[in-house]
Design a binder for this molecule. Structure first.
Ligand code: PXP
Length: 252
């Protein structure tokens, strides 16, 4: 099994900064700490309403990740504005996500099956600019098949429902986990690279890391919360260790 990559999402460092309209804590400093702690990449979501990451954060994160040779994974809605920003920066990777202003966080996956004609041209333009494209989707066989048909190289499977069911000790956790496993196998069989993310914590990371087709996890909110107690460096190192142990045990 290949080594599992960890992308650290630093959006919520900016959430804390923006809660007071301050200049600190700086998400770029968090990205530097994350890279030093072993993050394989930095993920940031520039939302339409700029509620956390700002345009100037993206400028600085782009410069930092290029300087440090780590990929910036630019999370973006499927809009002309975000496409123009992505094409200007040419980050190593872009992840297309659904976005609704009133949502607290990205609540569901992109409806690629229902919006083929809106998603396909954006995927094509990003790919033409040399950007690796990922689609954030539910582990739903229809969405996975649609993702392959629009020409994306990567799918990121939404782990939020599974992680929440585990935390709430609900019996749905088991079928939701099966869906993730089967979705990862389907996507890999279609030739897609498989990533996963949303809602992952220390408790849920092991089972997700054990799914052999998954090549990358993107984790943010829990790590930033944990950093309050242990520091960001220690939080990331512990997550990395849990990922590696689960992967090793699954391969044994
Ligand atoms: N992947 C995607 C596509 C996301 O939208 C998010 C949240 O911004 C994450 C991963 C990280 O989720 P969390 O912050 O819950 O770890």
């Amino acid at each position: 099994m290949s080594r599992l990559r960890l992308g650290v999402n630093i959006d919520h460092v900016a959430t804390i900064r923006n809660a007071r309209g301050e200049t600190y804590p700086d998400p770029v400093r968090a990205a530097e700490v994350a890279i030093a702690a072993g993050a394989d990449g930095i993920t940031a979501h520039l939302r339409e309403d700029r509620r956390h990451i700002s345009d100037s954060d993206i400028d600085s994160l782009d410069a930092l990740t290029k300087r440090r040779g780590r990929p910036l994974n630019f999370e973006m809605a499927v809009t002309d504005e975000m496409l123009a920003i992505a094409l200007r920066h040419k980050p190593r990777a872009a992840c297309l996500v659904p976005e609704r202003r009133e949502e607290v966080t990205t609540e569901g996956g992109l409806n690629v099956a229902g919006e083929h004609n809106r998603v396909a041209p954006v995927v094509a333009q990003l790919k033409q600019a040399g950007i690796r494209v990922s689609l954030f989707i539910e582990p739903d066989p229809r969405q996975i098949a649609a993702a392959a048909s629009v020409g994306t190289q990567v799918v990121e499977l939404h782990t939020g429902a599974y992680c929440m069911a585990v935390r709430e000790r609900r019996p749905e956790a088991e079928p939701l986990y099966r869906r993730l496993r089967e979705g990862a196998a389907q996507a890999a069989a279609l030739g897609l690279e498989v990533h996963a993310g949303h809602g992952i914590d220390y408790e849920t990371v092991g089972a997700i890391a054990a799914i052999p087709e998954i090549a990358e996890l993107n984790i943010g909110h829990f790590l930033i919360g944990e950093a309050i107690f242990t520091g960001l460096d220690a939080a990331i190192r512990r997550m990395r260790a849990l990922m590696d142990t689960a992967r090793d045990e699954a391969a044994a």
